[in-house]
Design a protein around this ligand. Structure first.
Ligand code: L34
Length: 290
């Protein structure tokens, strides 16, 4: 069994980006600049956005963090997005999700200039992804594809079972794994909360990509020997014994499933750090394409 070390691979990618940025600066080119908008004070969101800003500093990007109160109106948030769309200094930006309930997430994502949409969430970019056109691939799916690529995991002709149909992970993942190419060329089953007998599908799977958000959901009896496991779940489970008062838990019962798997991502240290690295990659692409 091989652990897919997202922490290490994300550091490799950040090193590569650092080298590229240094070369750009030496040629007098503009430094890539990412902005991140966060609404409210959700602890997990603050952690993720904090990591994104720190990662920018590490590779030599400029970054701007825009923190807005959780009672901001939709119009004020839309105005902020227009400002970022028009700011020539900003190459790409993200609006961290989830947003408060009174805000229409679709309206917000639709307002982002597709050329600056480094999350790849705008319908124009999502449509391009589905049609194999140049776009921004959402960072988490992009990170998973990069992990599969760098560990040289065979995906062609394999049966990939994706658990979860979210717009930011499950749905794009199912499209990417079925596209032509390596990684890709998989036969994909997209399962979700209405799937009957989910274990029937996961037991048949050569590759399982779980983006459900239910701690320890996938158990050893649900997979076959030699399976490749990608665990996208990242739930904070309260734990009085932990220093932070919680432990981060994936969708996969790692202790027992790792005994059967050929490759498996840990949580933390798997897909999460790859998400950050690929956001940087997309920001670099936004700069290079502009
Ligand atoms: N707009 N919203 C937007 N873009 C995104 O790409 C995200 N996502 C998801 C939530 N909302 C978003 C993220 O950034 C999830 N996500 C994300 C990013 C980083 C990590 C996890 C999720 C991460 O760094 N995880 C670490 C542990 C971090 C901790 O201590 O909590 C890990 O090792 O898995």
């Amino acid at each position: 069994m091989t652990i897919l070390d997202g922490k290490k691979i994300s550091n490799d990618i950040k090193d590569e980006i650092t080298t590229t940025v240094a070369q750009m600066k030496a040629k007098g080119e503009k430094t890539p600049h990412l902005a991140a908008v966060i609404v409210g004070e959700d602890g997990a969101s603050l952690t993720y956005v904090g990591s994104k800003v720190r990662a920018c500093a590490r590779v030599g990007f400029e970054s701007t963090l825009i923190q807005l109160p959780d009672d901001i109106t939709q119009d004020d948030l839309l105005n902020k997005i227009q400002e970022l769309n028009q700011d020539a200094e900003i190459d790409g930006f993200i609006v961290q999700l989830p947003l408060p309930k009174h805000i229409d997430t679709q309206a917000i994502l639709l307002a982002v200039d597709p050329k600056k949409d480094v999350d790849g969430f705008h319908p124009e970019n999502f449509g391009k992804l589905a049609l194999d056109m140049e776009t921004f691939i959402p960072a988490t799916p992009f990170g998973i594809m990069e992990l599969l690529k760098r560990y040289d995991i065979e995906t062609s002709g394999k049966h990939t079972v994706v658990i979860g149909r979210s717009h930011i992970v499950g749905r794009p993942m199912s499209i990417l794994m079925s596209r032509k190419g390596q990684p890709g060329d998989s036969t994909v089953t997209l399962t979700h909360s209405r799937t009957k007998d989910l274990a029937h599908y996961t037991r048949e799977a050569d590759i399982v990509i779980s983006a459900l958000g239910v701690p320890n959901f996938l158990t050893a009896d649900m997979v076959k020997k030699g399976v490749v496991i990608i665990d996208v779940g990242i739930t904070r489970v309260p734990d009085a014994n932990a220093a932070k008062g919680y432990v981060i838990t994936g969708d996969v019962d790692f202790a027992e499933v790792s005994e059967k798997a050929s490759y498996i991502t840990p949580v933390p240290g798997g897909v999460g750090p790859m998400t950050i690295a690929m956001l940087l990659q997309n920001t670099l692409l936004a700069r290079q394409r502009s």
